[in-house]
Design a binder for this molecule. Structure first.
Ligand SMILES: [Zn+2]
Length: 201
């Protein structure tokens, strides 16, 4: 049985295949020069919810996934109003053109919070190597509370001046998947990010 760095345990062939598929999908939309690297902890469990898997019909995504997709698009400067008329592949191409790229510290879904926390900490040095040798972004933006522990690590590793933070932590929308509360509390992640990320020069 093969191994995967998301877990200490042996994994199935399907697990490895799914990881490769996710990487291939993301690579299609990888900018040559990454300006803004959005950093999340782990991909969603359902393959149809993967950010870089363009949904033919929007209903193919779960509601939180659809909201996540839209908020990241808005973060890159794509107008919220135009999302309704663009297909997802066009949104992803525009996201790429603007120099935005989304990556995960752990490249496999991990539903268990403790396992995710352990994997994020264990893979922090691997992430640092990916940043330094592959992505080389101008700006790094942590998203979701599960990336919080990476922040001091990145600051100590010389990435502090390229980190964009919400107060002292990652950007997070506690109401993703809950449009009513999201609207009521004004927690739209995309708008907050778009305001916080410096414009391209
Ligand atoms: Zn894995």
């Amino acid at each position: 049985m093969p191994k995967c760095d998301c877990s200490e345990a042996e994994v199935t062939e399907e697990h490895v295949h799914a990881r490769i598929t996710r990487l291939e999908q993301a690579t299609k939309f990888r900018p040559v020069h990454i300006r803004v690297l959005l950093l999340d902890a782990a991909p969603p469990a359902a393959p149809g919810d993967d950010f870089y898997h363009p949904a033919i019909s929007r209903s193919a995504r779960s509601l939180p996934s659809r909201m996540y997709f839209d908020e990241l698009a808005v973060a890159s400067g794509i107008a919220r109003d135009s999302l309704a008329t663009m297909d997802e592949a066009a949104v992803l191409a525009e996201f790429q053109r603007r120099g935005f790229f989304l990556v995960h510290v752990v490249e496999c879904p991990l539903d268990d919070a403790a396992a995710l926390r352990e994997a994020v900490n264990r893979l922090a040095p691997t992430l640092l190597r990916r940043l330094e040798t592959s992505y080389k972004p101008k700006i790094v933006v942590p998203i979701g509370m599960a990336t919080a522990e990476l922040i001091p690590f990145l600051q100590m590793s010389g990435w502090g001046d390229r980190l964009i933070l919400a107060k002292d932590g990652p950007f997070d929308d506690p109401f993703l998947g809950d449009p009513q509360n999201q609207a009521e509390f004004g927690t739209f992640l995309g708008d907050t990010l778009a305001r916080s990320i410096p414009a391209a020069r």
